[in-house]
Design a protein around this ligand. Structure first.
Ligand SMILES: NC(=O)c1ccc[n+]([C@@H]2O[C@H](COP(=O)([O-])OP(=O)(O)OC[C@H]3O[C@@H](n4cnc5c(N)ncnc54)[C@H](O)[C@@H]3O)[C@@H](O)[C@H]2O)c1
Length: 415
């Protein structure tokens, strides 16, 4: 039985815990989480003893190695400290992306893992979803010939963007990192994974257009539930986004009720109360956000391959639109639809169906990454899609270069 510890039992940590607990080859033996409500609820749910449930990361690491592997699901800027402490103790790691918002820290973690002969798997969960896995197989089977270009639009969804990048954890670069790293290192990883080509040059531009103080409508309250005179007409109203279902809203962020309330077993009343004063209840025009709302990245890859990535806050749905052009055919698809189109030039066109898996489980990727990680620990053999740090850091390097380019207005060489 593979023993796994988890640090950070928030939104992501809970998802990994749920998947680990379903795997017959693994068990959760220790948890570290600084929020007591989340810690003790998870310890009880997964049968972790009180001695192995830690509120303090210092105490957790002082205990020595309590499992074969550690899942690091704390916030972006905590990953480095937790990864270094864990690798020194001999833990294999499943680490959330971004590995760190500081490139040298990412590289240091990769070097330390190498020195200790330990495996670090980065949670580039898209690779593991049925949609991307099947696209990769079609490309590898040569059905579209050599890949010439990849166009990827990441439509974050206005409600998701507000939750994470205006009001929430990834809104301010100094606390986390730029949105092109936080949101799109997945896309940059997929571009590298599909083409097999490293990036040689990057140009990027980005903007903040809407969620700015100057755009607050006349008389807008600081908190939506204050109440605000614009509550009925504002699409970003916290009530609409979290619990007020109307014909035109997508109140999916209700699944983040635990994040918003900080409680393990919240009620809708807790949500309503907390939104009166919590960061998640703030007027979207009056937050301390500074990350890009919209960003384009143009990549020149090895072997004459090009790629374009667009990240936008301004879409109704949360999905990625992909167009991969090859010398013999093309792949066109929207990942959340559970299918894509394969057009072979001068040959047949077909729709390939995949299992959809659900937007909030990354189309099934959350489940499959855990399964592949446990197989790695069991057998020592990495699956071909495994997102090991040495390879997947390419996605982070491109994101850092894109930011450099956006800020300088010049293209950045990665040669
Ligand atoms: N792979 C993906 O697609 C994906 C999606 C969303 C988020 N993420 C990443 O996953 C990570 C976690 O995100 P989340 O949404 O779960 O955030 P979260 O805030 O819900 O969870 C983080 C948890 O870590 C706990 N924590 C923070 N510092 C701690 C410490 N020192 N010791 C113990 N516990 C501590 C917090 O109390 C919280 O419960 C972030 O790095 C985020 O960028 C990845």
């Amino acid at each position: 039985m593979i023993k796994i510890a988890i640090i950070g039992m928030g939104n992501r940590g809970r998802r990994y815990a749920a998947q680990i607990s379903k795997n017959p080859d693994a068990e959760i033996t220790a948890i570290c989480e600084k929020n007591p409500s989340h810690l003790y609820a998870a310890a009880q749910k997964y049968g972790v003893s009180r001695e192995n449930a830690f509120l303090s990361d210092t105490e957790f690491f002082e205990k020595g190695r309590l499992a074969d592997a550690l899942v690091i699901a704390t916030q972006d800027r905590d990953h480095y400290g937790h990864a270094v402490a864990a690798l020194k103790l001999g833990y294999q790691l499943l680490i959330e992306k971004p590995v760190s918002p500081v490139l040298s820290e990412c590289e240091e973690i990769a070097a330390l893992a190498d020195e200790k002969s330990l495996r670090v798997v980065v949670c580039h969960v898209l690779r593991y979803s049925s949609f991307y896995d099947t696209v990769k197989r079609v490309i590898d089977a040569g059905e579209i010939g050599d890949v010439v270009s990849v166009n990827d639009t990441e439509n974050v969804g206005y409600w998701h963007f507000c939750h994470s990048y205006v009001r929430g954890n990834w809104r301010n670069e100094s606390e986390t990192g730029p949105s092109i790293l936080a949101k799109c290192c997945h896309d940059l990883d997929i571009i590298h994974y599909f083409t097999g080509n490293k990036c040689q040059e990057v140009f990027s531009s980005g903007s903040r257009k809407l969620f700015l103080k100057d755009n607050a409508p006349e008389g807008a309250a600081d908190y939506c539930l204050a109440p605000c005179p614009h509550q009925k007409t504002c699409p970003y109203d916290a009530k609409k986004i979290y619990y007020g279902i109307t014909r035109y809203t997508i109140p999916k962020m209700g699944v983040h009720i635990k994040v918003v309330t900080g409680k393990a077993n919240p009620k809708i009343k807790d949500l309503k109360d907390v939104l009166k004063t919590s960061p998640y209840g703030r007027c979207v025009y009056k937050c301390d956000n500074d990350v890009m709302e919209n960003q384009n990245v143009a990549l020149r890859l090895e072997n004459g391959v090009n790629a374009n990535l667009t990240m936008t806050a301004f879409s109704k749905g949360c999905f990625r639109r992909l167009h991969i052009c090859g010398t013999k055919g093309e792949i066109i698809g929207i990942d959340s639809r559970g299918k894509f189109r394969l057009n072979v030039f001068g040959g047949p066109s077909k729709t390939i169906k995949v299992s959809s898996g659900g937007v909030f489980g990354h189309l099934g990727g959350d489940r499959m990454i855990v399964s592949d990680f446990i197989d790695l620990l069991r057998t020592g053999k990495p699956s071909t899609r495994l997102s090991l740090i040495a390879v997947t850091l390419e996605s982070h390097r491109i994101a850092f270069a894109a930011e450099e380019s956006r800020k300088s207005g010049k293209s950045v060489s990665l040669l």
